[in-house]
Ligand binder design. Sequence first.
Ligand code: FAD
Length: 482
Amino acid sequence: APVLVWFRDDYRLTDNPALSAAVETGAPVLCLAILEESADGLRHMGGAARWWLHGSLLALDESLHEVGSRLLLLKAPALNALETVASITGASAIFWNRRYGAAEIALDSTIKARLTDRGLKVQSFSGRLLNEPWQVLNQAGKHFQVFTPYLRAVMARPVAAPAPAPKMIPGGPWPEELARLHIDIDDLGLRPTNPDWASEFAPIWKPGEQNAQRRLRNFLESNLHGYALGRDLPAQDATSRLSPHLRFGEISPRQVWHAVTHLVGERPDLSQDAQKYLSEVIWRDFTHQLLHTYPHLPEKSHAPRFENFPWEDDSRTLSAWRKGRTGYPIVDAGMRQLWRTGWMHNRVRMIVASFLVKHLLIDWRQGEAWFWDTLVDADPANNAFSWQWIAGSGPDSAPFYRIFNPVTQGEKFDPDGAYVRTYVPELSGLPNAFIHKPWEAPVSVLKSAGVELGKTYPNPVVPHGPARERALAAFRSLRNTI
Ligand code: FAD
């Protein structure tokens, strides 16, 4: 009787504990993935992430072919799908790697109970994080609320060595009844067709395990050196861009960790940059730990008083933000990078998020939802935590009154305007002195750059100074609430 391996956000063969354990049983292994939808109680995956998932599943199937297997694709509520597969195949066991969102845990518990009742052995593994949420606790035995002590605790722990891919996955052909259940990947409807808003993704992004490994290698060879400083400059390609690969589990954080520490063993001069890089990867574990502890993070302000925040309900400014037409070049460049490429540089994510929440006084959940739909790396833990961090409502957040000035942020982190010029080409003729504040440019300068404010490029949707004062006043109004 076969062992089922249910792939969920762990679309790789290397360092995949559920897969390795299944192969070790010596029984035939049936690999499957299920397109889970809202019937499973899960949040509907955003459009850009669905685009990525298509590539992930395709690449996983190709890799499985190389080791004698293939990926069974199903589209049905997960419990029904698994019960059907179990009865067709007479499976003896099912293995999967654990996930940490409340809805996912609830679903997995139900499935575990039902399949155990049917006589299947159900076994789960740790494949998504360096440490599972309950593994890193403070001296009082509680989870950490603050990142720095969490980071120290993680750095003191060993990280298990990643396992190699199985050389061969025994399986044999699918029984006919099973083959009839298989949905062709193109029929899953994961990629947009008309209109194809993702047309610029394919030249930039290559989903799949092998591409993830390649990206990591290139990053370590070319960009780890200087990462600590370069990571804040959006015009430079100084970060690893591994986020969608990590999001879909095409590479594990353990693999990243070991590759980085191995390199530092040979190149001690890289240790500071490596330390900074690993601390970012550990942020990812930290946000997952918080999501596990506070499942409400994507839906509710963690600090209860923020539930009384006097948010503005302004569809005009929200739409200007989404479209990258706020009149603030660094904000607009970020929002257009997001729309065109499905990704935005971290520094700019912080600037645009602060702008939405503080300059426009729009509820952080609107921003979280837009990012959820448009980011290829949209991740329930990282996205929700980061939005609450910016809003000042989350655990271990930046204080609300820290309001980014979009002009000085632009001048500091994009000093020659190269990032703005890439994504807001209508401003590209402006000199550096005005690229982040075109409204201050003399008429003659605007004219020779071909910029007509209000026509070729918008005037600021809100003036910075008064918007800042309005945000602070709104925040002060919370003072008397808990
Ligand atoms: P690198 O700098 O190369 O970092 C390596 C890895 O570390 C990343 O791939 C990522 O997995 C992790 N990481 C880096 N920065 C952070 C961080 N601040 N918090 C948690 N993990 C981090 N990241 C997501 O993966 N998904 C999201 O949905 C997401 N939403 C965000 C929303 C906002 C408002 C903000 C401010 C940040 C968000 N981030 C999110 C975090 C961060 O911006 C991205 O992880 C990073 O830009 C990805 O690029 P990279 O892979 O080149 O990062």
